[in-house]
Write a protein that binds this ligand. Sequence first.
Ligand code: MG
Length: 456
Amino acid sequence: MGKPIVSVSGIRGVVGETLFPEDTLRWALAYGTMVNRRTIVLGRDTRPSGEWVRGAVLAGLLATGCKVIDLGIVPTPTLQLAVQHWQADGAVAITASHNPVEWNALKFFDSSGMYLDAEKLRHLCEIYESGQFRYAKWYEVGQIQKDATAIDRHIERILTCVDVERIRRRRFRVVIDCVNGAACFISPRLLERLGCEVIPLFDEPTGVFQRNPEPIAENLSQLCRVVRETKADVGFAHDADVDRLSIVADGGEALGEETTLVLVVYHTLKNKERGPVAINLSTTMAVDEIAKEFGVPVYRTRVGDIHVSKRLKEVKGVIGGEGNGGVIYPRIQYARDAVAALALVLEFMAMHDEPLSALVQRLPRYPMVKKSMSIKGLDVHKLLETIKQRYTAEEIVEEDGVKLQWNDHWVHVRPSGTEPILRVIAEAKTKEHAEQLCDEVIAALQEMQLSDPAAH
Ligand code: MG
């Protein structure tokens, strides 16, 4: 029986290959034991496997004496917000996020609605490994309480943070690509509340994704086409659990997921609040440029929602997130919230008379190249050390792999948290330069791989 992958974002596996009810139950028992008979919020995305995973998770939580607030199918940010509402002690989201349909996963949260940090995750893994679960007696077992209003509350919360009337007056024509995921239940409804003419795409909540659920430009060809054909003002796309947002401008150009955060950071600092920004190390340098313009600091963290959210909280940041389309707007919550991001983008558009395609021309945007290579059987630490020695960079950041930073370009080499690969990401003023940076590092790594006896 294969094992799921354990990482900072939870437990992920392929249904029937590495993810099984027996093991899923053990993870739920471990989590229930860890939180010790408290109230836990539970939600899932639309995947067909979601029902059995839910069954296994419910069994584990109830058997360890937890009370479960069951939200049904909801976006992950809706679930995180519900933790606050119920003053719950944690939450479990059943979703493999942007992964294809054969995957499913458990994401674990703490009492603040944030992902478990490394220490709490380690504790959870220890309980799981030990098998020492704290089973409740018959009179202590948990009960289920249904909550069908979490999405309504999420929508209302977002509407208090944007200028609704201003957006409504524009009557934007918006195409929304829900990728047959949890967004089907929230984004079209929010758009209607914002007075938009809504053109839905993939809005049947079947969980059988009709495109790759990762909302990167290359997966959004249908959305681009519909935006073009309907002469829409904008198109939006989510992943299956709605913590990522991608934008397609009028005319049908996919702006790339990095642009979402650039646009929202610019809008927030210019029109809403001025204050610190937190982003991860692999996020575009366009954010630094914008922050400089408004005289606010940028804090960079390891890759992962929890790291950025924690830093934002520490520095009392006003906006932040990750370049993959994950926007964290602390006025709503310390979580990547693609529904909130969508409202912020529309608010930005409503403040200008020009179309979005013209507005983005004024924002800094740089080509980024993302590649990866297999590191099976290699000493990652040694590889990173050699990369560090080989280059003369203006700054070397070693918080998460190795990032080599120059004045107007950078390359970041980091081991993936979920696969045996090294990610190599580069950004520069031209595509050619970014490609070259990536290729040079990969060539150097491959050279080392050939000379490393451990690899053979
Ligand atoms: Mg996601």
